[in-house]
Design a protein around this ligand. Structure first.
Ligand SMILES: Cc1cc2nc3c(=O)[nH]c(=O)nc-3n(C[C@H](O)[C@H](O)[C@H](O)COP(=O)(O)O)c2cc1C
Length: 211
């Protein structure tokens, strides 16, 4: 419906890295919720390791994201991906042309070119559509806790290293399978933005500082 693209880095069984685009994600404080096709390599890797990096590309990385569309890190493709033209790719960082950079608190690497990178661990895993015989077992939701955030200095608010300036941040948006950016200006003044961001600080932030 028009949501930011996330590039998820995970570790394969042999220690190499996988990278997968997705866009069914939302954020609540220092937690993120992701919706993923259960057959993806990313899901297998997250279930096995409980770790991933959530890299947020801007419009500037759209070609890198598109280069790894229609690929999977699984060497056995499920029938629905065969039918849609997917292929196996082992080195998705290489195909995308993105640079793996060591994370600080977990094993999967960050994607260096992405302006926002978040190291995350699994809080809880939910099976979607359990009451629906047609959908049961097909999708999974991960609730992740962010424990380290890296933000490119060019999108930070002037004079405040702890805030992203939304006038500078241009997330890459996927809407009905097509890529979009954001308009340059706010659509309307925001009453919600009168709330100081400091009031949203919670225990997760303090906890991340101990890691
Ligand atoms: C921009 C974009 C957004 C996508 N969003 C999702 C998504 O939200 N959930 C999902 O399961 N797959 C999504 N996909 C498809 C996955 O990238 C695809 O399942 C891929 O094979 C996963 O890679 P993996 O098997 O190596 O984990 C998206 C693909 C693109 C290019």
């Amino acid at each position: 419906m028009g949501t930011p693209v996330v590039l998820i880095s995970t570790c394969n069984e042999d220690g190499s890295a996988n990278l997968a685009p997705m866009s069914s994600a939302f954020w609540l404080g220092w937690h993120g919720v992701l919706g993923l096709d259960r057959t993806s390599k990313t899901v297998a890797n997250i279930i096995r390791t409980n770790q991933c990096v959530l890299n947020l590309p801007s419009e500037a990385q759209v070609e890198a994201v598109d280069r790894i569309a229609l690929t999977t890190g699984s060497n056995v493709l499920p029938p629905h991906k065969v039918a849609r033209g997917y292929r196996f790719e082992k080195d998705k960082f290489g195909i995308a042309g993105l640079t793996p950079i060591a994370s600080e608190t977990i094993d999967p690497p960050r994607a260096g070119e992405c302006p926002i990178q978040m190291e995350a661990v699994v809080e809880r895993t939910y099976n979607m559509s359990e009451c629906d015989p047609a959908g049961r077992g097909r999708r999974v939701l991960f609730e992740l806790r962010i424990q380290r955030v890296f933000v490119e200095s060019s999108i930070l608010a002037d004079g405040d290293p702890n805030r992203i300036d939304p006038d500078k941040w241009r997330p890459l948006i996927m809407s009905f399978q097509k890529f979009y950016g954001l308009a340059d200006q706010q659509a309307h003044a925001s009453r919600l933005s009168q709330i100081p961001e400091a009031l949203y600080k919670g225990a997760d932030l303090e906890r991340s500082r101990t890691m």
